[in-house]
Design a protein around this ligand. Structure first.
Ligand SMILES: Nc1ncnc2c1ncn2[C@@H]1O[C@H](COP(=O)(O)OP(=O)(O)OP(=O)(O)O)[C@@H](O)[C@H]1O
Ligand SMILES: [Mg+2]
Length: 183
């Protein structure tokens, strides 16, 4: 059905508030399981950590999610365990291997902000989430685009469930696109 050469499936939604972005995170959480890796990207301050806090709440983590200044990996607990990783201060991709995440990557739910850089080190099944500012008339708009890019068989199998969860995330923004359309 798709002619995309990167074969990723995309689901895009609009968020109009931080709580809306958290609801989209909870939607993703509803299809997550042990061993899943989610890479988050998007400009500074778009809402990656806000999204992560929704995912964490959705998988039952009780502690609040913050943006640590110096910590690269935070164990948020939960079952399956949730790790919040922020690679903003990582200078080189090889440092990622020094974080000792090998075991976690096959067993926990690993949520990685600024994760694009380590995409080549991961297996084929990855969910990437791109949070972006949208072009609106209002300079101070709270509107964001949240796009899920799903790769690999583990995500193909879940994309319809995720699409439904996103559509019912209770957001005020419409679900704009579904499927594998290009930009
Ligand atoms: N629709 C929205 N979704 C998410 N955050 C929003 C939205 N509208 C406004 N905001 C505000 O934008 C900021 C997002 O901060 P957050 O720490 O989640 O971003 P971030 O992408 O993780 O930042 P960084 O690049 O520093 O890691 C918060 O102050 C939040 O209140
Ligand atoms: Mg952040």
């Amino acid at each position: 059905m798709s002619s995309n050469s990167d074969s990723s499936d995309r689901i895009r939604a609009l968020s109009n508030s931080p709580s809306n972005t958290r609801a989209l995170g909870r939607a993703l959480a509803s299809v997550l399981g042990p061993g899943d890796v989610v890479l988050l990207d998007g400009d500074l301050g778009t809402g990656k950590t806000t999204f992560v806090s929704g995912v964490a709440a959705g998988v039952g983590v009780e502690q609040p999610v913050t943006s640590p200044t110096f910590t690269i990996v935070r164990d948020l607990g939960g079952s399956p365990r949730v790790l919040h990783v922020d690679l903003y201060r990582l200078d080189h991709m090889s440092e990622f291997e020094d974080l000792g995440l090998d075991e976690a990557l096959g067993r926990d739910i690993v949520l990685v902000e600024w994760g694009e850089v380590v995409r080549p080190l991961l297996g084929e099944s990855v969910c990437e989430v791109l949070v972006s500012y949208t072009e609106t008339e209002e300079a101070s708009s709270d509107q964001r685009s949240v796009e899920f890019r799903l790769s690999g068989p583990a995500w193909s199998a879940r994309k319809d469930r995720l699409r439904r969860a996103v559509a019912t995330a209770g957001g005020s923004g419409p679900v704009m696109g579904a499927g594998a359309e290009a930009d």
